[in-house]
Ligand binder design. Structure first.
Ligand code: SF4
Length: 102
């Protein structure tokens, strides 16, 4: 996959071994106004590429650390990364509140 220019500066070296390196970027970054069905089909196709990627773990770690605002990373859409990140922040905040209250 060749990432859109807005991401190019942030792509780390492990991406040279990525299964998506030569894939259609349109599979990983959907167009504005995409239908739900189209998005599902596109994300499924991208997910199949990610499933066999040798650098999937590095990609997942990168996405977790950088919280990209678009795209599919390690087979997961940025929406799901964001939602998971929010849940982790909530869990950490509640754990801190419990520590303070104890
Ligand atoms: S896991 Fe998917 S998005 Fe990440 S580098 Fe591999 S193919 Fe690309």
């Amino acid at each position: 996959m060749t990432a859109p220019l807005r991401f190019a500066a942030a792509i780390p070296g492990w991406h040279n071994a990525a299964a998506c390196r030569h894939a259609d970027p349109g599979l990983f970054f959907g167009p504005d106004g995409e239908s739900d069905d189209g998005r599902s089909r596109r994300e499924r196709r991208a997910g199949h590429i990610c499933a066999g990627c040798p650098v999937r773990a590095a990609c997942a770690q990168w996405a977790d650390e950088h919280q990209p605002r678009a795209g599919i990373w390690a087979g997961v859409s940025h929406d799901r990364w964001t939602a998971e990140h929010r849940r982790e922040n909530d869990r950490a905040r509640k754990a801190r509140q419990r520590e303070v209250a104890a």
